[in-house]
Design a protein around this ligand. Structure first.
Ligand SMILES: C[S@@+](CC[C@H](N)C(=O)[O-])C[C@H]1O[C@@H](n2cnc3c(N)ncnc32)[C@H](O)[C@@H]1O
Ligand code: SF4
Length: 343
C-alpha cells in the first residue's frame, strides 16, 4: 500500500459514506462496499464470556488460492478500499500472513484484528514489513485479572503486552506507519477499568484505544431482549455517565481515544434505552446512523466463502462460485420491508 492508495481509499470511503443515507433509502447501486471484512477462520482459541464463536468447532475454509482470487476480484472491483482480516481468530490459519501480504501487495488498506494469542515476534515484523495499515488487538482489562475474567485464557494479557512491544519495536526499526489500536468492549465485569485503560494507553504511548459497548454475544441466535437477563449488561447508568464523563475529558485533553465525543456520549443513551439505541450500536457507525446500512457499505465474507450483509439473512452467495461484485448486485432481499429485525 502506498500513500496514494491510502488517500484513494479514504476518498472512496468519504464518498460512499455521503451516499450511504441516499442509498439506504433508495438506489443501493449508488454505492460499493467500503467496509469489507474477511473472517479467515470461524474457530477460536479463546473462551470469551461475551462471544460464543469459540464454541464453534467446525469450518470448511477457503483455500489460500480462493482467498487470493477473492482479494484480486475485490481490488479490481472496488479499488484500494479498507479491508479487515478477522475471525474467530484469523491466526489459527497458518497462511494468514500470506493472505494479508497478498492484500497489501494489491494496494488494499489492511487492518488485522486479533485476540493477540498467536502473534509471535516474527508475525509482528512481517505485518510491519508488509505495510499493514493497522493491527487491532482486543484488550478488555487494564489488569491481567480483568482481561482473564473476560477472555478466560491464562497468560493472554502478558502475551498481548509482548505483542505491543514487538509491533512498536518493528514499526520503529522499519520506519513504518503502522497504527496499533487496542479495543475494549465495555461491559459490567470491566466498567471499573475503562478510565484506567485510557490512562494506561496514554502512559505507554504505543497504541490508540477504541471503546465498544457490549452487544448480544456473537454467534448466538438473535434475541432483541438479550440484555434483560445478561450478567454483562450494565444497569447502573449513573456509573456509565460518570465513566463517559471522564473519558470525554481525557479525549478533549488529547488522550489517544479513537471514539468521537458524540460516540462516547451515545453509550449513555444506549445503556439507558437499549431498545431504542440497539440498531445504532449494531451498525458500528461512528455517526450514530440508525438507518440500516446492511448491503449499503459493508460486506462480510465468512471463512467458507459465504457472503452476508446482515446476520438475520441467509448468505447471499459464495465466492467459491461467484465473484463478490456479482453477489453484491444481487442483494434485493435486504430491502424487503418490513425488516424482520427492526421493522
Ligand atoms: C469477534 S472478534 C474477532 C477477532 C478476535 N478474535 C478478537 O477477539 O479480537 C472481533 C471483536 O468483536 C468483539 N466482540 C465480541 N463479542 C462482542 C459482543 N458481544 N459485543 C461487542 N463486541 C464484541 C471482540 O471483543 C473483538 O474486539
Ligand atoms: S471475541 Fe474474539 S477471541 Fe473472543 S471468542 Fe470471539 S472471536 Fe474468539
Amino acid at each position: 500500500m502506498n500513500r496514494l492508495d491510502h488517500v484513494r481509499a479514504r476518498v472512496l470511503g468519504i464518498i460512499n459514506s455521503r451516499l450511504a443515507p441516499f442509498a439506504a433509502r433508495g438506489d443501493k447501486n449508488l454505492v460499493k462496499p467500503t467496509y469489507i471484512c474477511f473472517k479467515l477462520s470461524e474457530r477460536c482459541n479463546s473462551k470469551c464470556i461475551h462471544c460464543d464463536i469459540w464454541k464453534n468447532q467446525q469450518e470448511d475454509p477457503l483455500t489460500i488460492h480462493e482467498w487470493f482470487r477473492t482479494l484480486d476480484n475485490i481490488r479490481e472491483w472496488v479499488g484500494p478500499t479498507h479491508v479487515v482480516f478477522t475471525g474467530g481468530e484469523s491466526f489459527l490459519r497458518r497462511d494468514t500472513l500470506d493472505i494479508v501480504k497478498h492484500a497489501t501487495g494489491l494496494g488494499l488498506v489492511c487492518e488485522v484484528l486479533t485476540n493477540g494469542l498467536l502473534t509471535e515476534r516474527h508475525h509482528c515484523e512481517e505485518l510491519v514489513k508488509a505495510n499493514v495499515d493497522q493491527v487491532t488487538i482486543s484488550l478488555d482489562g487494564v489488569t491481567p485479572e480483568t482481561h482473564f475474567a473476560v477472555r478466560r485464557v491464562p497468560g493472554m494479557y502478558d502475551k498481548i503486552l509482548r505483542t505491543l512491544d514487538d509491533l512498536d519495536e518493528f514499526r520503529l526499526k522499519h520506519k513504518a506507519r503502522l497504527k496499533i489500536l487496542l479495543k475494549m468492549v465495555i461491559m459490567r465485569p470491566n466498567l471499573h477499568e475503562a478510565v484506567a485503560m485510557a490512562d494506561w494507553v496514554k502512559a505507554k504511548g504505543q497504541a490508540a484505544l477504541r471503546y465498544q459497548p457490549i452487544e448480544q454475544s456473537y454467534a448466538q441466535a438473535e434475541n432483541l431482549n438479550w440484555y434483560k437477563d445478561s450478567d454483562l449488561w450494565i444497569t447502573d447508568v449513573a456509573r456509565v455517565k460518570a465513566v463517559v464523563g471522564e473519558l470525554v475529558q481525557r479525549k478533549q485533553a488529547g488522550f489517544p481515544i479513537r471514539n468521537t465525543v458524540e460516540n462516547l456520549q451515545s453509550m449513555i443513551q444506549y445503556f439507558e434505552n437499549p431498545d431504542r439505541e440497539m440498531r445504532k450500536v449494531q451498525n458500528h457507525d461512528e455517526r450514530g446512523s440508525d438507518l440500516c446500512l446492511s448491503g449499503v457499505s459493508s460486506m462480510v465474507i465468512a471463512s467458507n466463502g459465504d457472503v452476508r450483509w446482515c446476520f438475520q439473512m441467509s448468505p447471499a452467495g459464495n465466492v467459491k462460485t461467484h465473484r463478490p461484485q456479482e453477489i453484491w448486485k444481487n442483494r434485493p432481499e435486504c430491502w424487503k420491508q418490513p425488516c424482520p429485525w427492526f421493522g
